[in-house]
Design a protein around this ligand. Sequence first.
Ligand SMILES: [Zn+2]
Length: 116
Amino acid sequence: MFCPKCGASNQDGAYTCLKCGRVLRTKIVTRDRNYADDPSMRMIMPVGRSGWAIAAGYAGLFAFLIAPAPIALILGIVAMFDLKRNPEKHGWGRAIFGALIGLLGTGLLLAVFLIP
Ligand SMILES: [Zn+2]
């Protein structure tokens, strides 16, 4: 490419002119991404997610450790209602996971306490 100031020939993609030092191209400005619409970012950051779904997911995750399985079940159900009311929110996976593990854990708890 040719320098627009002095006309010197420069390598394609050169940042500045070799002869006069004029900046030939500005840094590529990446467009601001909408993180909420990026599935890979959603995996890392709780953007656009239902808080209830996150709570249900974690409660479900720890259901077998500290036995808050009924809490996970309740949170999962609340999360699903929350997600139905707010279709723009995400987190169905976590909500269902929390409710399912919560259900399993609750059944296990009941089995432990009720079956002699
Ligand atoms: Zn130049």
